[in-house]
Design a protein around this ligand. Sequence first.
Ligand code: SF4
Length: 483
Amino acid sequence: MADEIVRCDACPVLCRIRPGKVGACDRYANEGGLLVRVDPLVITERAETRVPFLEDAAPWDGSLVRTQRFVTGIGAGTTYPDYKPAPFIVASEVHGVDMVTVVSEGIFSYCGLKVKIDTDRYLGPEQAAVRTDGEQIGHVTTAEYGSQMLSLGGVRHLTGGSKREGNVTCQALLALCNRAPVEVTVDGGAAVTLQAGAAPIVNGVQEERMRVGCGSAAIGIFARQWSGHADEVIVVDDHITGVLTEHQAGRFLDMAPAGIRVRGRRSTPGRYFQVAEPGSGWGGTDVVDPLEIIEKIDPKIAWPGLRLLMVSTTGEDAGWYVLDEKLRPQPLPMPAAITAAVERIAENCEPALTTVLFMGGAGGSLRAGVTENPVRLTRSVKEALTRVTCGGAPVYVWPGGGITLMVDVTRMPERAFGYVPTPALVAPIEFTLRRADYEALGGYRDRIRPLAEVLAGTRLERRARDEANPWPVLPPEPLEQDA
Ligand code: SF4
């Protein structure tokens, strides 16, 4: 263009970039009149310590270690409009099988995060708005076992609200995907600092433990260890509070009924719902003094001297009481055996973490970048002929139509994500399959380049692979007709 301005056509924004400047996403620049991708192409490497005997046609160079390399989508660039082939279509050979990896940075307008927060503490009511910078970026969704869950982003927050809502959502998602901390507030609930792979911070307090189970599960797990040391144990839990002597576990151990009735709705023997309001107190309730959940003590059943342990699902809160002559619980120092049993609960808790799963749908440019007949790619993924990875990390592909995937961002290389101001997230994605399968699904044969050529002609950044991830370039199991 005039004055050496270049137009970037890697996304619908179509930036006009002046010499020495970068485009709106900071990913592309004008270098001397040429459009260049600012960041290097990231490749991951692994050392194969056993060089196969007589496997290669090339003469053996004497090395006992061979390095395998995988081209990730990080720094690969994007394609727009959709019909263009992906930036890199890389040929490699693994264990005598010709493989192809189609590499791209996908622009995900349809994407969001599923955030799992290991805490009992109440974050806010289900469906409540989750906000950053005053804008709603998601909502509280169904709690899971020992964890509170958030659903963040999604196309409605990115595109369906105000421009500011879309941009704030996009930046929050980007930061979380790149493992940076983000503070969110929940309407009618808590302020939470989220960071992938780190402990959540709820209202300024760092969470330490993920509970061993609900109140009923804790009763079942530890009943035998309490039996003989306590006459009653009540495990306080926002969802299912457990009462040992009523519970099947206590009955199996022939424990005498203690006559202590907790408030709330009795579900089944020894299992009570709604003993308190949710909160940041004992076991995710608003309880500060556990005795307040005791509705009554039956004088026909209970007895003076009855030993009562009240404990939360993480063992973080615990109290030891003995009933006096008037059957009133009196706090006393905890005996050593009970202290050990409470510590056993804590020992069985896992470290509380925040887990961030990126979820997105492979759309037009991604599928058309692989083949002119995108439905064949979708089928190939469903038939497990094509392996999908994000930055080399394994993904879960949802059953049903399309290519809707989820990936744990901590298994991806750091700083793997970018954005474009449409707004949308940019994430690396790779499709790996046998070359024969690639050609059969209508792939861009004339764009396939040998790995060595890609590595030689591109600015690279080498990163060690995450050893927990399977190596992405492995041939699929032989097909029936191949056998
Ligand atoms: S936002 Fe980035 S990718 Fe999109 S046109 Fe501008 S420079 Fe290119």
